[in-house]
Design a protein around this ligand. Structure first.
Ligand code: SAM
Ligand code: SF4
Ligand code: F3S
Length: 498
C-alpha cells in the first residue's frame, strides 16, 4: 500500500474543521451556560497513550475540558464527549471495551453524554466495527489509528451527517506531529513516536493489520520536537515504535538516518536526565545502540527485548526470525556493555503446538537470560492473524498451569534483581504519589526498577515543598531498604535534585 505523507492541504482541512468545532461547541456551551467536557479512555500500549495525548490536544482545541483528572483510568463517568481509544492485542482487551460501552448506553439515554467516539486498533478490524453498528447504535463515530490526525474533520462530519463511519480514506499516513496539538499526560515524561506501524508480521499479532506498514518520521522533525520538549522542561523522553531499531528516516538533506542516530541526538540534549525507548526486536538491535547505552549517562540502562518463546521451533512458527542462541548472545552483549543494566522481556505461553519440551526450553531461556522483569501473556487467538487458524491449540488448563510455572520462575528472578539494590542509593525520577498513602511516592531508577519511598519532611522543607505537594518529575536520591517481587521500598537519602 502506498504511504501518503500529510501535506499542506490536509493540514488546512484539519485546521478548518477544528475552527468549525470550536464555534459549534462554543455556542452549545453558551446555550447550556457551562463549559462542555470530554472523557478520554485509553486501552493498550504506549503508542495508544501517545495517540490519546494527541486526541486530548485536539479535544481541548475544540474548547472542551477534561472531566477525569485521574490519568489512564477507566473511569466511566459521563461527559459531553466521550472518546474510547481501544486495543486489539488480546481478546480480554476487546471484552473490556464492549463491557464499558454497555455502561455508556444509559448515559446516552439520560443525555448525560451527547457524543461517543470509538477509535484505536479495534476499529481497524471490520468485525468490531460491524458489531458496533449492529449492537451499539448509540455510538456516534468510529475511526481507526490511521485516521487519527483527521479527528476534527471526522467529528464535524459525523455531527453533520449523523453517521457512525464517515467515508474517509484509511491508508497508511506518515504524519509529522507539529500541527497536531498535544496535551501531554505526564509533567516529566514526553512520549515521542519516531515511527508508526510494523512490518514484522509475527504470526500471532494484530498490530501490522491495525497500524499498517512501517513509516519512519523525518529525522529533523524528531530532533526539533525533542529540542522543544526539552525547552518546555521535560526530563524524560520515551522514543516509541513497535520496533525502534528498524527506524530508517531521512533528514532534511536527504540522508538516511538510523535508530542509533536518533538515540545519539536525544541523549545529546543535556536537559534530559532519562532517554528511554520501546520496543526492540532481537533481529534488528544493533551493537551501536548497545554501545551508546553504555556510554551515555542519560540513556536508560534498561533494554526491553521480547523473547516470546525459548524454543527455536516455536519462534519459527511465530515468524520471529532469530534463535535462542542469538537472543542470549544479545543478552550477553547488553550485560557486558551496560553493566548493572536491566533486561526485560515479553513472553507468550501456549502458542499453538507448544509442547511440554518447548515450554521447558522457555523456562531454561528465562533462567539463562536472567530477566529482571517480564510481561507474560497467555496466547490469545486473534482473528485475521495466521496463528488464529493453527490447529494443535494448547488446552486452556495446560496454558494456565504453564503460565503459573513461568511466573514462579520469573518472580524469583525479579526478586533477586530487586534484592541486589538493597543498601544502595539511587537517583529516582519521581512519577507521583502512591494511590493509598500520600506520604509514599513512587518512581524509577535509571535501570527502570520501580521504587516506593517515604516522603521526608526535612528534605521537602529544604527544597521549599509543602508536605503533600506533588513531586512528579523530581530527581531524588533514595536509599533502598527492602525488596519485593515487583518493586523496592526506600527512604529519601539526600537533597532533591530538581
Ligand atoms: N512490537 C513489540 C515487540 O515485538 O517487542 C511488541 C508489541 S505488543 C503490543 C506487546 C506484546 O504483546 C508482544 O511482545 C507479545 O508478547 C504480546 N502479544 C501480541 N500478540 C499476542 C497474542 N495474540 N496473544 C498473546 N500475547 C500477544
Ligand atoms: Fe506485533 Fe511482532 Fe510487530 Fe511486535 S514486532 S508489533 S509482536 S508483529
Ligand atoms: Fe498497541 Fe493494542 Fe494497538 S498494544 S498497537 S493499542 S493493538
Amino acid at each position: 500500500m502506498a504511504i501518503h505523507t500529510i501535506g499542506d492541504k490536509d493540514i488546512e482541512a484539519v485546521r478548518r474543521a477544528s475552527q468549525d468545532l470550536r464555534e459549534y461547541f462554543g455556542s452549545r456551551a453558551e446555550e447550556l451556560g457551562r463549559p462542555l467536557t470530554y472523557n478520554l479512555i485509553t486501552y493498550g500500549c504506549q503508542l495508544n497513550e501517545s495517540d490519546s495525548e494527541k486526541l486530548a490536544g485536539m479535544l481541548e482545541s475544540f474548547g472542551l475540558i477534561p472531566v477525569d483528572i485521574t490519568r489512564n483510568s477507566e473511569h466511566l463517568i459521563p461527559a459531553d464527549v466521550v472518546v474510547m481509544n481501544t486495543c486489539a492485542i488480546r481478546e480480554n482487551a476487546e471484552d473490556r471495551l464492549f463491557g464499558n460501552l454497555g455502561v455508556y448506553k444509559k448515559f446516552k439515554k439520560d443525555r448525560s453524554v451527547s457524543f461517543i467516539a470509538v477509535c484505536g486498533c479495534m476499529m481497524k478490524i471490520d468485525k468490531n466495527v460491524d458489531r458496533i453498528k449492529k449492537s451499539y447504535p448509540y455510538v456516534d463515530l468510529v475511526f481507526d489509528p490511521q485516521q487519527l490526525h483527521r479527528f476534527p474533520e471526522l467529528v464535524r462530519d459525523s455531527l453533520a451527517v449523523k453517521s457512525q463511519r464517515v467515508d474517509i480514506d484509511t491508508i497508511d499516513y506518515l504524519v509529522e506531529d507539529e500541527y497536531i496539538p498535544i496535551k501531554r499526560d505526564r509533567r516529566f515524561r514526553a512520549l515521542i513516536p519516531i515511527m508508526y506501524g510494523c512490518n514484522n508480521f509475527c504470526n500471532y499479532c494484530v498490530v501490522p493489520y491495525t497500524r499498517g506498514r512501517e513509516r519512519s518520521r523525518n529525522f529533523d522533525c524528531i530532533v526539533e520536537e525533542l529540542r522543544s520538549i526539552a525547552d518546555s522542561g521535560y526530563r524524560e523522553v520515551m522514543l516509541l515504535g513497535q520496533n525502534v531499531n528498524s527506524y530508517k528516516g531521512v533528514d532534511n538533506e536527504g540522508r538516511t538516518r538510523s535508530f542509533a542516530d536518533v538515540l545519539d541526538a536525544a541523549s545529546s540534549i543535556k536537559e534530559f536526565s532519562r532517554v528511554r525507548f520501546m520496543s526492540s526486536h532481537p533481529k534488528d538491535l544493533s551493537q551501536d545502540v548497545l554501545s551508546l547505552m553504555g556510554e551515555r549517562d542519560n540513556i536508560e540502562k534498561h533494554l526491553h527485548l521480547a523473547l516470546q518463546s525459548g524454543s527455536d521451533r516455536i519462534l519459527k512458527l511465530m515468524n520471529r526470525p532469530y534463535d535462542i542462541e542469538k537472543f542470549l548472545n544479545i543478552a550477553d552483549s547488553f550485560r557486558k556493555k551496560v553493566p548493572g543494566g536491566s533486561l526485560t522481556t515479553d513472553i507468550i505461553v501456549g502458542f499453538p503446538g507448544e509442547s511440554e519440551a518447548d515450554f521447558e526450553l522457555t523456562l531454561e531461556a528465562v533462567k539463562k537470560a536472567a530477566f529482571d522483569a517480564a510481561f507474560t501473556f497467555e496466547f490469545s487467538a486473534r482473528p485475521g492473524t495466521p496463528a488464529y487458524d493453527y490447529e494443535d491449540k494448547v488446552p486452556a488448563e495446560v496454558v494456565s498451569a504453564r503460565f503459573a510455572r513461568l511466573l514462579e520462575v520469573q518472580n524469583e528472578l525479579a526478586f533477586k534483581s530487586n534484592s541486589a539494590l538493597v543498601g544502595k542509593v539511587f537517583e529516582v525520577l519521581t512519577e507521583g504519589i502512591s494511590k493509598g498513602d500520600e506520604t509514599i511516592y513512587s518512581g524509577r531508577t535509571i535501570t527502570n526498577h520501580l521504587v516506593n519511598f517515604k516522603a521526608d519532611e526535612e528534605y521537602l522543607k529544604k527544597a521549599g515543598i509543602e508536605g503533600s505537594d506533588d513531586l512528579e518529575g523530581a530527581l531524588i536520591p533514595v536509599r533502598i531498604e527492602r525488596a519485593r517481587p515487583y518493586s523496592v521500598d526506600g527512604v529519601m537519602a539526600g537533597d532533591i535534585i530538581r
